[in-house]
Design a protein around this ligand. Structure first.
Ligand SMILES: [Zn+2]
Length: 145
C-alpha cells in the first residue's frame, strides 16, 4: 500500500520522463507487480493523450507499386487525363477555330465541355477504387473488431 502511494506520486514524472533512473526503476517494478497502479498509469496516459491512436496506415511501397501497375488504374488515369487535357485542348482549339470562323454550330464545344467533367469523374472513380483497395489490404482494419 505504501508502495502504491509512492508509485502514484511518481507516475506523472514517469510519463513526462522526469524521473531519475532509480525512481523510474522503482516505479516500473511496481507497475509490473501492481495492476491497480498500472491501470492508474494507463488512465493518466489516456487523459494526457499520450496513447498512440490507431490511425490510417500509409500503404506500403509494394501496395503502391502494385496499384500503379494495375492495368485498370493506369488505363483509367490515362483516359481521365486524356479526356481532361483533350477537353481543354479542344476548347482552346475551338476557341481559336471559332475566333477564326465566327458563327459556327457549337456541337464540338458541347462535347469538349462534357469531356472535362467526364474525365474528372473517371479520375475520381480511379481514386476511390485505390482507396477501397488500400482499405482492403490495410492490416490494421481488423484491430477494432
Ligand atoms: Zn500499486
Amino acid at each position: 500500500m505504501q508502495d502504491c502511494e509512492k508509485c502514484r506520486q511518481l507516475l506523472m514524472g514517469l510519463m513526462d520522463d522526469e524521473l531519475t533512473s532509480e525512481e523510474s526503476t522503482v516505479v516500473n517494478d511496481h507497475l509490473i507487480r501492481c495492476a491497480a497502479c498500472r491501470e492508474e498509469y494507463e488512465g493518466l496516459r489516456v487523459s494526457c493523450g499520450k496513447l498512440e491512436r490507431v490511425s490510417f496506415v500509409e500503404p506500403t511501397d509494394e501496395v503502391l507499386r502494385e496499384l500503379w501497375r494495375s492495368p485498370y488504374s493506369s488505363l483509367a488515369r490515362s483516359a481521365g487525363l486524356v479526356l481532361v487535357l483533350g477537353g481543354y485542348a479542344g476548347l482552346i482549339g475551338y476557341g481559336l477555330y471559332e475566333f477564326l470562323t465566327a458563327g459556327r454550330e457549337a456541337l464540338f464545344v458541347k462535347v469538349a465541355v462534357a469531356a472535362i467533367p467526364l474525365g474528372f469523374g473517371i479520375l475520381l472513380v480511379s481514386v476511390i477504387r485505390e482507396r477501397l483497395r488500400t482499405y482492403k489490404v490495410d492490416p490494421y482494419k481488423e484491430v477494432q473488431r
